[in-house]
Design a protein around this ligand. Sequence first.
Ligand code: GMT
Length: 381
Amino acid sequence: MRIGITCYPTYGGSGVVATELGIELAALGHEVHFISYSQPFRLTGRNEGIFYHEVPVSNYPLFEFPPYDLALASRMAEVAELYELDLLHVHYAIPHSVSALLARQILASKGRRLPFVTTLHGTDITLVGLDRSYLPITKYAIQESDGVTCISAYLKEKTVESFGITRPIEVVTNFVNCDVYVPINDEQKRAEERARFAAPHEPILMHLSNFRPVKRVVDVVKVFAQVAEQMPAQLVLVGDGPDRSAAEWLAHDKGIQSRVHFLGKQERVNELLPLADLMLMPSEMESFGLAALEAMACKVPAIATRVGGVPELIDDGETGLLFAVGDVDGMAKGALSLLSDRPRLEAMREAARKMAQKRFCASLVVPRYVRYYEEVLKTRE
Ligand code: GMT
């Protein structure tokens, strides 16, 4: 198939899923065309069968708000025609599904079919989509999509409930490439890599996100501060975003700044995650929690919050520990109890990797997208 993919190319879960999906589809022999305002950040190096088309947005002085969604629709239609795309797959409803809808109409006016699939990721439904200024158009574009997928059963339920969507929605969970996200089994090598951040006896706690308020990065530092009071440990934070400075100041005020490592945005998180003993994901909301899955594949269980789709990923007490949002004391106690019970932690590390392999490997999930594309193409014939 020839598939056009549109996503937010910056640091964020939906862009990561879209990019990893494109890479996996290309590896299966499909031709993938990314259409976006800049190259998705995980699309590094030349991948066979992957093409990138930038969307130029003219900044005419009359435009106080340059209409990206229109430029995107034009480019989608152009790329679809020139490269004979079979379908578009847009990630994050706003504005991508509206642009795809317009592109489909442009192609229809030329007697060509261009079905599109919308994948809903989370805040496009739970936050932004519910904003009155976007609600009617988001609902319309979801309803009019040729196919709609959600990344968890929770998000599907939320979409139906909040938007009154009546069309069928397929749940296709987030996934991870279990051959790329792997633990470092060579103890000597792991010890050498860990030495960048910690002494041999010090556990490493890690956080990975876009540091938006919904991630509660300040809670990460609060939890770590309580852990660090009880045992020597190090905290590694990967990513960047609006709440970074609040987290930096808190680490400073608590006098633990020398044990807290802010790495900023990193391209190869698969090389960092296996160095951790525990992942911290104290989010206010997660429709799925891709960062925790990537950690689990590297044998790193998460201390996380019982929100959204997270319980579909983490079995509390088996593959991680779940707490109420804001329960900093509980999360710190949970982390401390695991870190001081090595056999229990080891069992949880094994279970986390096994769960990632059994239910969320790219090799299991990506073919579900392919089958869904085939169904969509058939339905409209
Ligand atoms: O929270 C983020 O990282 C951004 C957001 C996005 O759409 O870019 O992530 C959402 O999509 C991810 C990938 O499908 C999910 O794993 C995240 O749980 C989800 N975030 C929220 O629901 C807050």
